[in-house]
Design a protein around this ligand. Structure first.
Ligand SMILES: [Fe+2]
Length: 280
């Protein structure tokens, strides 16, 4: 895979630093039960394919892809199998965690293959990636169970020689959209308190908000990425669809614990997008 700079990026990765991993962050695909079905007017599977194609058109090549939940809208055999086929074709290691629309058990049963993984931890040279499950069965809200908080703390303790990127579905800081923030990670305080105890915890990556976010909390950089289908309007008190096109985030982890990152989008919004919808 080539490691050339990222075309069209406003925050180009540095070529001077030692790159540990190039990560493609893609999230909230919302695959439907049957091919050709739409959600908010969007054929979500085609929109996913267009975003991945957009990433493939650049010379930048990821070492791995991080998929942070709502992989499907309809958690069933058909949606996960079609997603698996598309992920296998990407020919890059894909690490998946569930969102509120996923069925974590079905996802773990159906998705894994040679290059598709559902794994709580990825150990890299100088860095680790910790994948947490923030879903609550049957609810759109997010919460980290005691078991998930323990997993986080054990991972940070046992690999204190590595910088850490923590991935989860729900946002651990408010987005500024009142309706969306009713689903903020319920025990975000507990989560953030743990991360602040470990100076090598550097980055949190999440989905759910269907918009790009880039915030700082203490030593932590908190990053959300656009959905590969429809976007939610930032800072809106009520549900509102945004006119921003779908996209992805690239992240480069460096050996000195720093990162570079940026968001790339399609040139256009998905065909058929229903802007006036009041929910989905
Ligand atoms: Fe979503």
């Amino acid at each position: 895979m080539s490691s050339a700079g990222h075309i069209g990026s406003t925050d180009a990765p540095s070529s001077r630093k030692t790159v540990v991993a190039r990560i493609l962050h893609i999230t909230d695909f919302h695959f439907l039960a049957e091919q050709g079905q739409t959600l908010l007017g969007v054929e979500t599977e085609l929109s996913f394919a267009a975003v991945v194609e957009r990433a493939n058109q650049t010379p930048w090549r990821p070492d791995l892809a991080l998929l942070t939940g709502d992989l499907v809208q309809d958690p069933c055999v058909s949606s996960y199998q079609r997603l698996k086929q598309r992920l296998t074709a990407l020919n890059v290691h894909c690490y998946c965690l569930p969102g509120n629309h996923d069925d974590p058990r079905l996802m773990s049963e159906l998705l894994p293959s040679e290059n598709v993984h559902v794994s709580p931890q990825i150990l890299l040279d100088k860095w680790q990636i910790i994948c947490l499950d923030s879903t609550i069965s049957g609810k759109p809200n997010g919460r980290l169970s005691d078991e998930q908080l323990r997993l986080l703390e054990i991972s940070l303790t046992e690999h204190s020689d590595r910088y850490a990127l923590i991935a989860l579905h729900h946002h651990p800081i408010p987005s500024g959209s009142l309706w969306m923030d009713t689903m903020v990670l319920e025990n975000a305080d507990e989560f953030l308190t743990i991360t602040q105890k470990y100076p090598h915890a550097r980055v949190v990556v999440f989905g759910h908000v269907h918009q790009a976010m880039d915030e700082v909390y203490g030593r932590l950089r908190l990053l959300a990425s656009p959905s590969t289908c429809f976007q939610f309007k930032p800072l809106s008190p009520d549900f509102a669809v945004d006119r921003a096109p779908p996209g992805y985030r690239w992240i480069e982890l460096y050996a000195d614990g720093t990162i570079d990152t940026g968001v790339e989008r399609l040139a256009e919004m998905p065909a058929g997008l229903e802007f006036t919808s009041k929910g989905y």
